[in-house]
Design a protein around this ligand. Structure first.
Ligand SMILES: Nc1nc2c(ncn2[C@@H]2O[C@H](COP(=O)(O)OP(=O)(O)OP(=O)(O)O)[C@@H](O)[C@H]2O)c(=O)[nH]1
Length: 202
């Protein structure tokens, strides 16, 4: 039997092309994949991380951003322990769509799900969304916030490790069976940010 203390399900959502697949591949395989197509429906990958000596298995679901897959992808929200809502810091429309995504989260996810806002592609020099704007949105909506680059690796490990850390805390406070814990939305989440730069090790 595989040796791990917790299994958590993490689901990435957000507009097509914001870099969800690249974030997952960077984290799970340590690569920035060259020119691959849009995700069809959903895809998933597993990675085990170690937090304070505990082995945590993350089951990471990468969903298609395209509208036509929405009914398939929504069905994956319900059982998520954490939802990562990704936008592209160089694409204003991907930021403008965040309220629409949040309405879907309200409708289909557990009210206790850990919600994380990610501004991806910070390596680009044509940024349109300043960090403070992303942070402000996350605060208003009681989400964690971090900016990443799947390309140059910034904050990718940190994103998933912080999620694992929060979910462990939450599972411990709920005292549920391994892998089945409900996540509670943490008090004070709005004030928290993981955005200090910290490059992942590949
Ligand atoms: N500069 C830069 N480009 C990125 C980054 N992450 C992804 N990209 C590029 O953005 C494009 C889309 O990336 P994907 O990971 O396929 O985007 P997605 O959100 O999974 O898209 P869908 O599967 O259609 O929902 C690709 O051309 C990537 O090379 C990043 O951090 N920096």
């Amino acid at each position: 039997m595989e040796d791990y203390k917790y299994l958590f399900k993490v689901v990435l959502i957000g507009n097509a092309g914001v870099g969800k697949t690249c974030l997952v591949r960077r984290f799970t395989q340590g690569i920035f994949p060259p020119g691959q197509g849009a995700t069809i429906g959903v895809d998933f990958m597993i990675k085990t991380v170690e937090i304070d000596g505990l082995k945590i298995k993350l089951q990471i679901w990468d969903t298609a951003g395209q509208e036509r897959f929405r009914s398939i992808t929504q069905s994956y929200y319900r059982s998520a322990h954490a939802l990562i809502l990704v936008y592209d810091v160089s694409a204003q429309p991907s930021f403008d769509c965040l309220p629409v995504w949040l309405r879907e989260v309200e409708e289909y996810a557990s009210p206790k799900v850990l919600r994380v806002l990610v501004g991806n592609k910070v390596d680009r020099d044509d940024r349109e969304i300043p960090p403070a704007v992303g942070e402000g949105f996350s605060r208003m909506n009681n989400m964690y916030f971090i900016e990443t680059s799947a390309k140059d690796c910034s904050n990718v490990d940190k994103l998933f490790q912080e999620i694992a850390r929060e979910l462990i805390q939450d599972a411990n406070s709920n005292d549920g069976p391994v892998g089945q814990q409900d996540t509670t939305h943490l008090d004070g989440a709005a004030e928290k940010s993981w955005s200090e730069s910290n490059c992942c090790k590949s």
